[in-house]
Design a protein around this ligand. Structure first.
Ligand code: ARG
Length: 578
């Protein structure tokens, strides 16, 4: 049985005390329980301060009433009121020891599954066909994949969908360029350099009017459903998908071609959606384009901003497709929550799409839609990361370099054979890139620094992986299965046990705001606390009391389980040996 978060449990008890003592009904969150840094306190309750005014009483009186009515003697030492009305809470050692021992062998490590699972559609990665993925797609893939794992672990149903940019005017020139290069749908071909291919096509389009005419005619054929044209278009999509899958494989991102719902997928729905918007009287024609003006969006001059749902040439664009996307996932697939992991520059686009969807009734009160935005990655010069030649960085190159750099570190310190070393280098190198991304508040830009992301000290994945490997090494050498009671003989044992019990709270905070950096922060604290435990509490030395050794092995085992689970939820491997 997963008990859940200690802070939440205390909040529930304090809420009961308020009801009993002051006839006041509050939620556990309104009981304001926070971890405490005060000597002798594990948590503090700040509810008296926030509720005093509402009750027309002095905070200290409220605090006294809480303490007098608190039914928590099984869990807490006698609470102490400090200053104007803070209540210091210290968990009883026997309670803490009992709870920590229960984590051994619990595959959810104390984390309850949600009682009301929701159905999430998660749009992430979403690169563009015939173009190399760029840094924004790297971030979307990494963050999206972590969110997928976190929500699923919480007990929700999550359907990922990769909104490939696979439709629109560029495909005319791309297909003509394929033909000029002798491609046929049946032929065996491959594009080594997606960006190069795109640029060649672009160049020809700009320089050669005859080619440009052919390209335009090809767009019309594509949109008209001309079968030979579609066959060539499919070749392009498949070729690009192969490139993307290579990156996903390298990254350990779980997307497969079956998760692809590209822009083209929504094509058959567009006419109907726009007709529906028109029928509901939500559209206006502006400069020949059909637009929706969702309320509350204006430009700098204060004029209403349009969401263009049909261009003046009759074509549909990015916004039309996204409206159809909302409608599809809600109406046809019965999703309750739509998530989009896309760079922050598209924030307004999504805000407007969501607002228009609410107007049209595609989203109702029961459904949420959230744009999970993120900043960019900067080079060490503070500008968007580029190669030395000034081109934008290719993902595959970046990831290969990460593994190479990690191999050097691993080879230096390791006793593993070369196959194991390669596997570990991959876990360390790819883990470092992912963790550097996930451990930063996603809304902010961050600087890509090899030295920092591969540092063995500090908030890095390598530091966590080392802590975990150290735990495994102890467990291997122990020659006994961890079992039995948890004992507190040194301060570090108690600190570690308490930290282990805070996993549920860390996960709730992380999923609530789609903020993987919160989980990273928790795991880093755990690894640091474990390191102190490891340094101050001998385990395998012959003179250690057998019961103390058994207890320390339990704490070591659970620490390794929590680190492995936590890293796994971030999409990072936790090798047993480094
Ligand atoms: N392909 C787009 C880009 O590279 C991202 C698509 C995001 N998803 C969406 N539903 N609009 O910018």
């Amino acid at each position: 049985m997963a008990h859940g978060d200690v802070g939440l449990e205390l909040g529930t008890r304090v809420a009961e005390a308020l009801r009993r003592g002051l006839d006041l009904v509050v939620t556990p969150a309104e009981a304001v329980i926070r971890p405490s840094t005060r000597e002798g306190a594990d948590y503090q309750c700040n509810a008296a301060m926030s509720l005093a005014k509402k009750l027309g009483r002095k905070p200290r009186e409220v605090a006294e009433a809480i303490v007098a009515n608190l039914d928590a003697a099984d869990m807490l030492e006698t609470p102490e009121i400090a200053g104007p009305g803070f209540i210091n809470l210290r968990l009883r050692d026997d309670w803490l020891r009992g709870r920590a021992a229960e984590l051994l062998g619990d595959d959810r490590l104390g984390v309850p599954a949600v009682s009301a699972p929701r159905r999430f559609a998660l749009d992430y990665s979403s690169p563009n066909v015939a173009k190399e993925m760029h840094i924004g797609h790297l971030r979307s893939s990494i963050i999206g994949d972590a969110i997928l794992r976190l929500l699923r672990f919480a007990g929700h149903e999550v359907t990922p969908h990769n909104h490939l940019g696979d439709w629109g005017t560029p495909f005319g020139m791309l297909i003509e360029h394929l033909l000029d290069n002798g491609w046929t749908p049946e032929g065996e071909h491959s594009i080594h350099d997606l960006n190069g291919f795109y640029q060649e096509a672009r160049k020809k389009f700009d320089a050669d009017p005859d080619f440009a005419d052919r390209a335009r005619a090809r767009v019309v054929a594509l949109q008209g459903g001309d079968e030979p044209t579609l066959a060539l278009w499919r070749v392009l999509v498949e070729e690009s998908t192969r490139h993307f899958q290579k990156v996903y494989g390298l990254l350990g991102v779980e997307l497969t071609p079956a998760d692809t719902y590209g822009e083209s997928f929504y094509n058959p729905y567009l006419d109907e959606v726009i007709a529906d918007l028109e029928g509901k009287g939500l559209t206006q024609v502006s400069d020949g384009a059909v637009c929706v003006f969702p309320p509350g969006f204006t430009n700098r001059e204060g004029e209403p901003l349009p969401l263009i749902v049909r261009k003046s040439d009759g074509g549909y664009g990015y916004a039309s497709t996204d409206l159809a996307t909302v409608r599809y996932w809600v109406d046809e697939r019965g999703m309750t929550d739509l998530l989009y992991v896309v760079g922050t520059p598209q924030a307004q686009h999504f805000d407007m799409v969501f607002a228009a969807s609410r107007q049209a009734g595609y989203l109702t009160e029961d459904q949420t839609a959230v744009h999970i935005g993120f900043g960019t990655i900067l080079g060490e010069d503070g500008k968007t990361i580029r190669t030395r030649a000034g081109a934008s960085v290719k993902l595959v190159d970046l990831l290969s370099e990460a593994v190479e750099q990690a191999s050097a570190t691993v080879a230096e310190r390791s006793s593993l054979d070369s196959a194991q070393q390669a596997e570990v280098a991959r876990a360390v190198g790819i883990g470092a890139v992912k963790y550097a991304d996930l451990s930063n508040d996603r809304e902010k830009d961050y600087t890509f620094t090899w030295a920092r992301m591969l540092a063995t000290e500090g908030n890095t994945s390598v530091y966590l992986q080392y802590a975990n490997a150290r735990a495994h090494s102890v467990l291997r050498k122990a020659e006994q299965e961890p079992a039995g009671e948890v004992l507190f003989t040194e301060p570090a044992e108690r600190v570690l046990a308490l930290k282990l019990l805070q996993l549920p709270g860390a996960l709730t905070a992380t999923t609530e705001s789609y903020a993987p950096h919160k989980l990273c922060g928790y795991l880093y604290e755990l690894a640091a606390v474990f390191t102190t435990f490891y340094d101050t509490c001998p385990i395998l030395k012959p003179d250690v009391d057998p019961a103390v050794r058994a207890s320390r092995l339990v704490l070591t085992r659970v620490t390794s389980d929590v680190l492995t689970l936590g890293l796994g939820l971030l999409g990072i491997d936790a090798p047993h040996e480094l």
